[in-house]
Design a protein around this ligand. Structure first.
Ligand SMILES: *[C@@H]1O[C@H](CO)[C@@H](O)[C@H](O)[C@H]1NC(C)=O
Ligand SMILES: *[C@@H]1O[C@H](CO)[C@@H](O)[C@H](O)[C@H]1NC(C)=O
Ligand SMILES: *[C@@H]1O[C@H](CO)[C@@H](O)[C@H](O)[C@H]1NC(C)=O
Ligand SMILES: *[C@@H]1O[C@H](CO)[C@@H](O)[C@H](O)[C@H]1NC(C)=O
Ligand SMILES: *[C@@H]1O[C@H](CO)[C@@H](O)[C@H](O)[C@H]1NC(C)=O
Length: 430
């Protein structure tokens, strides 16, 4: 029988290290692998990196539906590693137990910079299983220094991304906990087709730059039904990214949702078609922020149904970030020439920790255009009134808007033609 022969072959290929199971009536073999079959110890002390690498190689070389289980009730200590594709077929990594990082930054050699669990060039990959990925980043955070004069052995720029997916396609990360990342908890770089859902992502409030999810140069990304409680941004979207949807997100503490920002390598952001729907943001240093100091653009962003509680800077667009502290190193001195266009804020309610609840600080070179406020109600957390600040910010408002809108009326005579080549239709839902 062909199927039996195939199963036998698989078993032979895996040298008896794993069990292959043929479901009755199923056409395709399901290959079930366990990390322990590759010599992993799982006592939280041993070095299980080699076992993971071997298990990955076996899973990757196997056709059919392959499940690799990280068994429950155990802790596997894994050194920085790259798990590369392409693989023959889909891979399901079922993380039921714990995967933990070495605690000391000294365990990272120079070649490991920025990397802990690094997936590269993989398609059809899913991570699930209810377990925990723990970066144990405490020593990294302690070594962080933000100023130029950093004498620490490691700057936070090179601290690892805990789960990094690079050049990937159709990846889903679902129903696991990612905690105490050295820097980003999850990062998607140049990925297409991502779902990150039912995640619990946590680090202490005072862990510097521990971003929840970083989306960089990626498209078609859905982030939904997640909790982010971190020191840095809950979600940060940079680079050339489009078609990003956030839905049913709880965020805080941390720095809120950030779009654009100081790009890590001075390249421009080209960010468009971002939708966020249904968000609870509490006790963060920012709420919904768009930063641009390059020459790219941020356009077609819709923030809808957001409840804020005690959020400093609930709504902000800042093209002048370079002039303020964090941007001095790389920013353009006099505000950016990046286009910020068609940004909608619909049904945003709650409390601001600061008197100024809305800031639209745009630039002379490139005013912010077609901003839209509909049903905004941001009161001061401590009682009293809130205010809005606008500089070169134009658009419309509808419904009740508190603090009162300060947007200038669009003067179309002065408007420049939108930059060509973005592929955005005028008629869709923005
Ligand atoms: C753990 O194993 C990996 C892979 O074999 C190796 O690169 C790393 O150096 C090991 N770490 C220690 C501390 O032995
Ligand atoms: C920066 O480094 C210089 C040279 O080592 C030192 O003199 C100066 O005090 C340092 N500044 C700060 C703020 O640490
Ligand atoms: C900088 O960013 C651009 C665009 O995202 C990317 O293509 C390039 O490889 C990056 N360069 C470095 C040195 O990281
Ligand atoms: C830009 O930043 C500088 C320094 O923080 C500030 O003085 C200035 O008012 C800002 N400009 C706008 C338009 O907000
Ligand atoms: C920034 O503005 C100042 C004052 O208007 C001007 O002297 C300076 O040349 C500008 N710098 C740049 C890079 O445009």
């Amino acid at each position: 029988m062909a199927l039996r022969a195939r199963t036998t072959l698989l078993l032979a290929a895996l040298a008896g290290a794993a069990a292959a199971l043929l479901l009755p009536g199923a056409v395709e073999a399901h290959v079930l692998l366990s990390l322990d079959d590759f010599g992993a110890v799982g006592d939280g002390i041993a070095n299980d990196t080699h076992a993971l690498v071997d298990a990955w190689k076996a899973a990757c070389a196997t056709g059919g539906h392959t499940y690799l289980n990280v068994p429950v009730g155990k802790s596997y200590q894994i050194w920085p590693v790259t798990l590369a594709g392409p693989c023959r077929d889909e891979i399901n990594l079922l993380i039921s137990g714990n995967i933990i990082a070495p605690e000391s930054p000294e365990e990272w050699s120079d070649g490991d910079q920025g990397r802990w669990l690094h997936f590269r060039g993989v398609g059809d990959l899913s991570l699930s299983g209810g377990g925990i990925v723990d970066g144990r980043g405490q020593q990294w955070w302690a070594g962080t220094c933000e100023d130029e004069n950093c004498t620490s052995h490691r700057q936070h720029e090179v601290a690892p991304m805990a789960l990094h997916f690079e050049d990937c396609r159709d990846v889903s990360v679902k129903g696991i906990t990612v905690q105490n990342a050295q820097r980003q908890h999850l990062a998607f770089t140049r990925c297409h087709g991502v779902e990150a859902s039912y995640l619990r992502v946590t680090s202490p409030e005072h862990s510097p730059a521990t971003v929840g999810v970083l989306v960089a140069g990626s498209t078609d990304v859905h982030i939904k039904h997640d909790l982010f409680s971190v020191g840095g941004d809950c979600v940060s979207i940079v680079g050339d990214s489009s078609d990003i949807k956030l839905k049913a997100i709880s965020c805080g503490p941390g720095l809120g949702i950030s779009i654009g920002g100081l790009s890590q390598n001075q390249s421009d952001h080209r960010i468009h078609k971002i939708k966020t729907d249904t968000m609870f943001i509490a006790n963060t240093k920012n709420g919904l922020s768009i930063y641009e100091n390059g020459r790219g653009f941020v356009r077609k962003v819709k923030f809808e149904h957001v409840m804020m509680r005690n959020v400093a800077n609930p709504i902000s667009i800042d093209q002048n970030r370079s002039a303020s502290n964090r941007g001095t190193r790389r920013g353009t001195p006099n505000g950016s020439a990046a286009a910020v266009d068609r940004i909608k804020y619909i049904d945003i309610a709650g409390t601001s920790a600061t008197e100024r609840a809305v800031t639209f600080a745009c630039s002379d070179a490139m005013p912010c255009r077609r901003l839209y406020l509909d049903g905004v109600s941001l009161k001061a957390a401590g009682g009293g009134s809130t205010s809005a600040y606008c500089y070169q910010a134009f658009g419309k408002h509808a419904g009740d808007v508190l603090p009162e809108s300060c947007l200038g009326k669009e003067d179309f005579v002065q408007l420049q033609a939108p930059a060509a080549g973005t592929g955005d239709g005028e008629d869709d839902d923005w």
